[in-house]
Write a protein that binds this ligand. Sequence first.
Ligand SMILES: NC(=O)c1ccc[n+]([C@@H]2O[C@H](COP(=O)([O-])OP(=O)(O)OC[C@H]3O[C@@H](n4cnc5c(N)ncnc54)[C@H](OP(=O)(O)O)[C@@H]3O)[C@@H](O)[C@H]2O)c1
Length: 352
Amino acid sequence: MKQIDKSKPVMVTGATGYVAGWLVKSLLEEGLTVHAAVRSPDNKKKTAHLDEIAAKTTGSIKYFKSDLLQEGSYAEAMKDCELVYHTASPFVLDVKDPQKDLIDPAVLGTKNVLDTANKTASVKRVVVTSSCAAIYTDCIDCESAPNGMLTEELWNTTTSLEYQPYSYSKTLAEQKAWEMVKQQDQWDLVTINPCFVMGPVLNPKNSKSESLSFVKQLADGTMKMGVPKIGTGVVDVRDVAKAHYQAGFVPSAQGRYITAGHNTDFLEMGTVLQSKYGKQYPLPKRALPKWLLMIVGPWANKLFTRPFIKKNVNIAWKADNSKIKKELGMEFIPLQKTMEDSFQVLVDHKLI
Ligand SMILES: NC(=O)c1ccc[n+]([C@@H]2O[C@H](COP(=O)([O-])OP(=O)(O)OC[C@H]3O[C@@H](n4cnc5c(N)ncnc54)[C@H](OP(=O)(O)O)[C@@H]3O)[C@@H](O)[C@H]2O)c1
């Protein structure tokens, strides 16, 4: 049972990211001092939104220059921290070199942060942002799971450097973290495993997260002829931030936490937007037939390979979120609100 002293600074790696932004906001609102470990502390385009939040709250934020691939670069930011949040990891689906662009920063970065935790006597707890991608690769994996549902007991065993390498990066990085926690007894480890994160972006003009790209594609007509009905979980970014907060400060938090609000699919993510935005934007209304996707999918999008289509289209995604509800007191924002709020930010900033 680790009790975290709220008068001590809290470190957040990748604080400029989409998910981390909302976590930093909740820490600042609680009056905490945030040590933001980021690649570009001097780039105001990436930090201004965090400074604005800090100015309105009782908390404070200090930036440190850190890179996942630079050994020892998190030491200064971690000094005096009892709680470390490690969220930084590339979330990019289309990469040229999966080893260099995904696996190395995810795995070596996790090792780098945890090596520094081992050398920083103040650290009591590390919360790593993992993913449901460390639990499954394809929707069809839900069908073979016990009771047809993903749980924290399961690990992704079907991803590889060649097939869905982002999922591979998250699996290997989380495994590295669980391996390293066993080698010491100074700090404990909790992982937050979100499914697809949606919800408002705090820094929409400068965000590169795949979450934002997906909402843009719903609006820009890319899917107006129809959408592949791929099963997915959706969770609101504000709930993901809350889950991280609870994972850090609830003394009894332990193990992995599936952080998934809704078992849904790409079609429903589009159709819940119809009532508010359907007249103005070319939102998808129907599912594309699987046979058609098998023919045109690989030609239209290199990620849409036939094996991917076969194992994901028209297959339900199901995960059990009871552990996080019970142990961390989580409740989840309704899907419609999450999707509408995601969309409205892009409308307000004229990004769609
Ligand atoms: N969004 C989702 O649907 C989702 C779902 C499950 C899990 N996750 C996880 O949530 C975390 C945040 O993702 P996100 O959606 O918020 O994406 P994001 O906005 O792209 O954030 C990724 C963060 O990682 C940092 N980063 C990447 N490479 C780095 C490097 N070499 N050194 C230092 N920092 C580096 C980025 O820094 P810069 O700001 O400098 O680019 C950025 O702050 C990731 O661990 C991701 O795997 C996301």
